[in-house]
Design a protein around this ligand. Sequence first.
Ligand code: SF4
Length: 181
Amino acid sequence: MSSQIKTAEAPPGIEGQGFFATTLDSVVGLARKNSIWPLPFATSCCGIEFMATMASHYDLARFGSERLSFTPRQADLLMVMGTIAKKMGPVLRQVYEQMAEPRWVIAVGACASSGGIFDTYSVLQGIDRVIPVDVYVPGCPPRPEQIIDGVMRIQDLIGKESIRRRNSPEYLKLMEEYMIK
Ligand code: SF4
């Protein structure tokens, strides 16, 4: 039975008898990417797909993400799922601003990514008009497999990210462009 148990792969490093050496970035990245706490910001049908993704059949807990957070201060992954009306834009932005660094964002589905079929005066044509987005998941709605793929793409990003990236000039410039302090 024990041979069926899979553990996270160790980051690249130097190993010998009784020791393993690697970089701090790699260890922090490994821990972070396997313990993502998502905040589900679900407004419509894509949220139902997310519920299926969390349920036993697809079981997002396998990726270390079983702990959902409904408070932004204890979440590091904002998952936006559904149609976002322009009225909701400031609320979404406030939620993002309340999240501590490091934080990541997935736009799940066509509506969150681009407004989807709702090319109307009242719908935000993509959440990246108000907050930066790391991964876009296509589909209307995306299947749970696609949502899982989006989470895995975020895991790739997190695993490779320098712990100092959030202080990098590029990241600070991005925040400045969105006028986020
Ligand atoms: S992308 Fe499609 S399924 Fe998802 S919220 Fe929009 S209309 Fe609903």
